[in-house]
Write a protein that binds this ligand. Structure first.
Ligand code: ZN
Length: 148
């Protein structure tokens, strides 16, 4: 492992051991649970919107360090953002995994840039996309209802 990879490893472990926004939302919200049978990961995401803004976003679940750290990073990134911005972040994250984004573009992903090495391990990609897919499902459900 080179120095950069070690640094990334530290960021991932730190999120796994001290997850951000882990828990549940009391009151009206949208939720989605997704599974990654290949690895045994389970990630549940809960979202509460205020108008156009993601007011609260939390996750819970279990599985490998990558899946849980990715969920923690995702919540940290999209909390307080507009839905539109969250969707753009998701697209950015996916293009990072496909290797089709420039380094400078990825700065907006903050700690989640630490997951870029996963692109070289196709079997693990699902681990880190699970939380983002669950987020998208929550947002879709919320947009099909009146804002609340
Ligand atoms: Zn996994």
């Amino acid at each position: 492992m080179n120095e950069i990879e070690e640094l990334y490893q530290d960021i991932i472990l730190e999120h796994y051991q001290t997850p951000r926004n882990k828990g549940t939302i009391i009151g009206p919200h949208s939720e989605s649970v997704l599974y990654n049978p290949l690895c045994g990961d389970e990630v549940k995401v809960e979202v509460k919107k205020d108008g156009d803004v993601i007011k609260e976003v939390v996750f819970s679940g279990r599985g490998c360090a990558l899946s849980q750290a990715a969920a923690s990073m995702m919540t940290e990134l999209v909390k307080g953002k507009k839905v539109e911005e969250a969707v753009q972040l998701k697209e950015k994250f996916f293009s990072m995994l496909k290797g089709s984004a420039e380094d400078e573009e990825l700065v907006v992903l903050g700690d989640a840039q630490a997951l870029r090495g996963v692109s070289k391990h196709t079997a693990r990609i699902k681990c880190v996309t699970l939380a983002w897919e669950a987020l998208e499902k929550c947002l879709e459900r919320l947009s099909n209802k009146a804002d609340r």
